[in-house]
Design a protein around this ligand. Sequence first.
Ligand code: FEO
Ligand code: CA
Ligand code: CA
Ligand code: CA
Length: 555
Amino acid sequence: MNQADSPTTPEFSRRNFLRFLGRGGAAVAAASLLRPLGLAEASPASRPTPRRSATGLPFTPIQPTSKDELVLADGFQYKLLASWGDSIHSRGDSFGYNNDYTRFLPLQGQDNNNGLLWVNHESTHPIFVGGRTFSQRPTREQVIKEQYSVGGSILRIQRKNQEAPWEIVHNHRLNRRLHARTPIPLVTSRPIAGKRVALGTLANCSGGQTPWGNILTCEENYDEFYNEIVINKGKRTYRDPVSYFGWETQFPMPPEHYGWVVEINPLTGQAKKLTALGRFAHEGATVVQAKDGRCVVYMGDDTNNQCIYKFIAARPGTLEEGELFVADVARGRWVSLDIQKQAVLKKRYKDQTDVLIHARPAAHLVGGTPMDRPEDIEVDPKTKHIYVSLTNNKSKGNYFGSILKLEEENNDFLAMQFKASTFLPGGPKSGFACPDNLSFDRAGNLWVMTDISSSALNQYPYRPYGNNGLFYIPLRGPQAGKAFQVASAPVEAELTGLSFSNDGSTLFLSVQGVGSRSRSLKDTSSHWPLGGTHAPKPSVVTIQGPALKALLRQS
Ligand code: FEO
Ligand code: CA
Ligand code: CA
Ligand code: CA
């Protein structure tokens, strides 16, 4: 979701900036992370179209465009798999709104033409879902409709053979919705805001998968639904007069019940909120296994000047307990958020649960480095290097963002030291702006999706980049580190949640936020995917084709 213009964006702290720059002997050259982005360079010369023969790639990259279409390079074709409101089960379950993270899950005893697809539903829309305008406070019935539209979908999908289109097996017993009305236990040592069970999951942006086959779905901009709590002179009050969606006006759920990573068993739908991983605007949760079998999870807090985190599980096979660390990027070290190890936390918070609820301010107290909106994180399966999207930070004059690379000491996920460097800056040089979602294909090449805020698309300084896009970046060979555009999103949309089928032959892609700035059902800014005068619908598509096949063969 586009969050760059969020009213919650804090001003960049000059003190933090100076502190960041002033750390001598840093493992990273601060200048490489804080690349100044003068707007003078904001206007790239129109990108030359490299011909296939010139790139050695099996497709000709597309040019930026503002078309209201999912435009793909030759050799890639898309098909709709699921759109907002599609029935997935006759018991009344339908596909949610603003699909984001996707993950294909093979089923035991089944071939590559069968599986489950998990899909996040990040946000709702007052006009298309609630049937109200942005300025209208919702009725109880409207909130209930909107609550149902977020969370996640589990879809049983199949195809006849590798060339055939994927389809949802309608009414399959494994088809299921989790949403903002599903009761979900909090894994916690004590009640949070008086309870051990939260009502629902929401703001489900990106996610991850555990080695035991469960899904992690991440609650990102939770404050848009039930507001946020601040403690003012010892009193617990709402931060804003009313939140973006205003649900708290009908259902005053405790904001502390949201902003967590949620683990879900896709076969049973059983869910739990993993409080040990901290509470903040969780973009995603990228899980790797350390050499001793324990899981390590890398996470970004997608807000201006917020931090990058890593969680090390206490034992193999579970994420319920462990230690949370924040990245001091300037010094190249992970800093513990364990109250027993940090006097400054012990002084401020009453127990570890309190630290986890307030992980964001706690991270700053122990020296976490404020970053430029850390969004998706992926680990290169070949080198174990960690790639982090830093989308942008307009408050610091960073309009185009960058991709940061972290290298753990000795490539050990348990290391307490790392090296950081800019892998690729966004902007005229690379040809993309505002990197957000990342995915590795099985050949070890990087796919990047951009998130230019819908209110800024096709305007200065983003005009040359057209609509949001999908880019392919080879990491090896003569084109290593160059970005080639594969797809362009429809009007106001963001391409997110790219994942691959088990055999790599199909790419699942979410198209969300389409026509998000529409004024009414009769006056919509997009008509994708149905065209004509139809209202826009966020949808998941499958992408197949000879270019994808050749790419994976080639690498
Ligand atoms: Fe939901 Fe940070 O994107
Ligand atoms: Ca985003
Ligand atoms: Ca995102
Ligand atoms: Ca990803």
